[in-house]
Design a protein around this ligand. Structure first.
Ligand code: ZN
Ligand code: ZN
Length: 356
């Protein structure tokens, strides 16, 4: 089944006859179009793709399986017609369409076309990766593994967090990445207690922990991996301890990833291990998230994630322990859910690694 057919298979549950797709990443997934101004109308018998004159050539090269149309500059005007006879329930992405756009849509559409909120329909299909997508995500992860390996050789002590972050992004591009899949995190010493720290103009000192969270965007697909390295063998005991606890929790959670398990259940494995060691309050985020065309997508692994994992899901497993004023640790792998468990796509070593 094509991607478009798999999305259409969800229409009955969503209560729609047709789906309007305008979110660029969903448009890319369904049609192949990488431009920034396009829309598609999708249905069991309908494959309309509309873009403006600037993107016609690109659309001709990229868009497969859809009828290409040159639309007016204001693409929504293309939605005045044609529509099938009788009442039509047109799904739209209520998670992304602004209220103002919704109002304009309503004005353009014939009255018999009802707008039905249908956010997440494409995302639900995207969450289950095709083998080719897993390969691309794996290639992005491998590129980041190479950058980690080079960084271990280049060293950390004496360089500022910002210098290291810039170097990481530069190397990713040199190795063929479209760019980083998100702003790299380089957080040393007490700064590591902030899960989303911005790199500072502060030199990295010996005998502390440095959290390195980076991902490459390659061929449109993202990767995501975190390692926390020691900058000397003489690590303060508090930091050595949280590292050991986090690593154990991460390995246990990895072993728990399997189809049929809920995101909540896998999150609980890591959370229980960290709580049992006395750091439950210091793990303040969810265990993981889906990765694909976007670095944060469905499904989630968190305390509230009721959905069951399915083969083909690609998710991160990233417990962390953050001690304000002291430091932090996070260890993150990217895995693909298989019939029997999961395969890990990130291969940078995880045992406490000293990089001075
Ligand atoms: Zn990450
Ligand atoms: Zn992540």
């Amino acid at each position: 089944m094509s991607r478009a057919d798999r999305v259409c298979a969800r229409f009955a549950d969503a209560g729609i006859d047709l789906l309007l797709v305008a979110e660029p990443v969903n448009l890319r997934y369904l049609t192949g179009f990488t431009g920034s101004n396009g829309l598609a109308v999708l249905g069991p018998q309908t494959r309309r793709f509309v873009t403006d004159f600037r993107y016609l050539e690109r659309a001709e090269q990229e868009v497969v399986g859809f009828d290409r149309e040159r639309g007016p500059q204001e693409l929504l005007d293309a939605l005045k017609g044609p529509w099938p006879e009788g009442p039509v329930r047109l799904g739209f992405d209520d998670a992304h369409v602004a209220v103002r756009t919704h109002g304009r849509l309503r004005e353009k559409l014939p009255e018999r076309v009802e707008l039905v909120p249908a956010g997440g329909v494409v995302e639900g299909v995207r969450a289950i990766k095709e083998p080719e997508e897993v390969e691309r995500i794996g290639a992005a992860a491998e590129l980041a593994d190479t950058v980690f390996r080079e960084l271990a050789e280049a060293g950390l002590v004496g360089r500022t967090e910002r210098e290291v972050a810039i170097w990481l992004e530069h190397r990713m591009r040199q190795l063929g990445a479209d760019g980083p899949s998100f702003d790299s995190i380089v957080a040393s010493a007490e700064h590591g207690a902030l899960p989303h720290a911005s790199p500072r103009d502060v030199a990295i000192v010996p005998d502390t922990l440095v959290t390195l969270d980076l991902g490459a965007s390659l061929d449109g697909y993202a990767s995501d991996c975190t390692r926390t390295w020691a900058t000397g063998a003489d690590l303060p005991e508090a930091l050595a301890e949280i590292y050991a606890v986090c690593e154990r929790a991460q390995r246990e959670a990895l072993a728990a990833v399997a189809p049929g398990r809920t995101g909540k259940a896998v999150d609980a494995v890591a959370r229980d291990a960290i709580t049992a060691a006395g750091y439950g309050e210091s793990f303040g985020h969810g265990l993981g998230h889906g990765v694909g065309l976007e670095v944060h997508e469905a499904p989630r692994l968190s305390r509230t994630a009721d959905g069951e994992l399915k083969p083909g899901n690609v998710v991160t497993v990233e417990p962390g322990i953050y001690l304000p004023g002291v430091g932090g640790v996070r260890i993150e792998d990217l895995v693909v859910v298989t019939e029997g468990g999961c395969d890990v796509l990130t291969h940078t070593p995880k045992g406490l690694t000293v990089v001075a």
